[in-house]
Design a protein around this ligand. Structure first.
Ligand code: PRP
Ligand code: URA
Length: 210
């Protein structure tokens, strides 16, 4: 399947860590650590085309040209599972602001239910990175993108670890301007909306709520 807005981040370290994430015997601590490591590979890919602004910098020896990011960046984790990605993103983009969107999937309908929203004021002019490990039906991601657009966000990227074709197609059909970065595109969803082969429930595996 080739969808214009999907970018698969292919890297040996990411493949190794995704295997740890998929393994049902991985503990919550190992799971969180693997997410942190895999996030650094993702961030490098997501920020590859960020614009820079030239600045002057004085080294101990002389003046030279340096760079700073030419964008404000807002990171928006979808609670809960997106929270583990926040620290690694902030380590690489320390000036970023963080918004939060609380959404969970109703287990019967698989539709997203929203329970929290707090966004920084610069959302309208910033590059917005929505982070959530799982893109399954795409209900949560499309709802999050819609919330952000309603509040003025114009430049939105969705960053996940595992995507299902169904979710990628839904995001593309509703938000053609939004690029999706993922480590893997999996096969399909099961009848309960879980990604196959997937890695199970990312929130439960992150926080040990089995
Ligand atoms: C998971 C995941 C996504 C959503 C993806 O969250 O972190 O937000 O499911 O599924 P979708 O594409 O079908 O909407 P979940 O609803 O399990 O909430 P949690 O993180 O609080 O456990
Ligand atoms: N949410 C998850 O955490 N995992 C899935 O496979 C689907 C939705």
């Amino acid at each position: 399947m080739k969808i214009k807005n999907l970018i698969i981040v292919d890297h040996p370290l990411a493949k190794r860590d995704l295997t740890i994430l998929r393994d049902k015997n991985t503990t919550p601590l190992e799971f969180r650590n693997a997410i942190k490591r895999i996030s650094s590979v993702l961030i490098t890919a997501v920020t590859k085309n960020f614009e820079l602004k030239e600045i002057k910098v004085q080294t101990p020896l002389e003046k030279t040209t340096g760079y700073k990011l030419n964008h404000e960046v807002v990171i928006v984790p979808i609670l809960r599972a997106g929270l583990t990605l926040v620290d690694p993103f902030l380590e690489m983009i320390p000036d970023a602001s963080v918004g939060h969107i609380g959404l969970y999937r109703d287990e019967e309908t698989l539709k997203p239910v929203d329970y929290y929203l707090k966004l920084p004021k610069n959302i309208k002019r910033a590059k917005v990175l929505i982070i959530d490990p799982m893109l399954a039906t795409g209900g949560s991601a499309t709802a999050a993108i819609t919330f952000l657009k309603e509040r003025g966000a114009k430049d939105i990227t969705l960053v996940c670890l595992v995507a299902a074709p169904e979710g990628v197609t839904k995001v593309y059909s509703e938000h053609k301007d939004v690029k999706i970065y993922s480590i893997a595109l999996d096969r399909t969803l099961n009848d309960r909306g879980y990604i196959l082969p997937g890695l199970g429930d990312a929130g439960d595996r992150t926080f040990g709520t089995f």
